[in-house]
Design a protein around this ligand. Structure first.
Ligand code: R5P
Length: 282
């Protein structure tokens, strides 16, 4: 049985179709004091696959509740799929007194799971925080699917060195094009500075790929640099389109041709499904 967190209903339905397994109708309630209550119907299967992106603190608690609920309902094996792993970017104690938040949430999730899968975590090492270690599913190649067939002499860029492997994966899946990366310096949670490389972009189509678009600051800075250099069209792709605050309008007004993301985070730009990649791993 496939069980969905409230933020992953569309992906869970796609996964149920891909696996030809029943989709449970979980319920999501909230008490007057703000506490959540996620519940599942009765079922007689052995394996429960919970699909829940932990996009908020509530989503984290909801996942823990679903893990407990399916066990109570008789599941013998609980597989937890984290399409997007929240707190994954807090993978170290960056200052004295800070927690390793990714480890803290991974430990909590591990208590209710026999197996954990996550899609393109920000750093692969976070998989080691789970017990047993989580499997990282790579769905980046699918980001090439919605790109136009005839890109003009394309360049596949990442906005920082850390995401170059994603840009290369998208280029490989597309079939042709040059790859390169910019350098990024983060000034604050919403401010970044992009130092361009000397890649020639004038008159060419550019596809910029990152793992996450959160505030859109990284991507809009990259797009601004490209526009100054006479780029033809800019397509922005990412695995996890969090798109918080005014990210969507920021990117649109920066002049992007299109934004493509996956359904690890369900947003209007989630035109690519990671369900086939997860189904294959399961
Ligand atoms: C950080 O290294 C990530 O790969 C992304 O570049 C970052 O999370 C994007 O955040 P924002 O959209 O807020 O600039």
């Amino acid at each position: 049985m496939i069980v969905s967190g409230s933020a992953s209903q569309s992906l869970a339905a796609s996964l149920a179709r891909a696996l030809d397994e029943p989709l449970a109708t979980a319920t999501y309630d909230r008490f007057p004091d703000g506490e959540t209550l996620a519940a599942v119907p009765e079922f007689d299967g052995e394996r429960a696959v919970i699909v829940a992106s932990t996009v908020s603190n509530d989503a984290h608690v909801e996942l823990l509740q679903l893990q407990d609920a399916v066990r109570e309902a008789g599941a013998e094996e609980v597989v937890t799929v984290l399409p997007y792993m929240g707190y994954g970017r807090q993978d170290d104690a960056f200052e004295a007194g800070h927690p390793i938040s990714a480890r803290a949430v991974a430990r909590a999730i591990s208590t209710g799971a026999d197996r954990v899968l996550t899609v393109n975590p920000h750093e692969r090492d976070v998989c080691e925080f789970f017990e047993p270690a989580a499997t990282a599913v790579d769905a980046a190649g699918r980001l090439a699917e919605p790109l136009p067939d005839a890109l003009e002499d394309p360049v596949f860029l990442s906005p920082d060195a850390g995401a170059i492997a994603l840009a290369e994966t998208v280029r490989d899946a597309y079939g042709t094009g040059k790859t390169d990366y910019f350098e990024k310096t983060r000034r604050s949670g919403t401010e970044v500075e992009i130092t361009p490389s000397d890649v020639e972009v004038a008159g060419r189509d550019v596809v910029v790929t990152d793992d996450i678009i959160a505030t859109g600051s990284t991507m809009s800075e990259a797009v601004a640099v490209l526009s100054e250099r006479g780029v033809e069209r800019v397509f922005v792709t990412c695995v996890h389109p969090l798109l918080v605050h005014n990210a969507y309008t920021k990117l649109s007004s920066a002049g992007v041709e299109a934004i493509y993301g996956t359904d690890t985070v369900e947003r209007p730009v989630s035109s690519v499904s990671v369900a086939p990649a997860i189904a294959e791993e399961l």
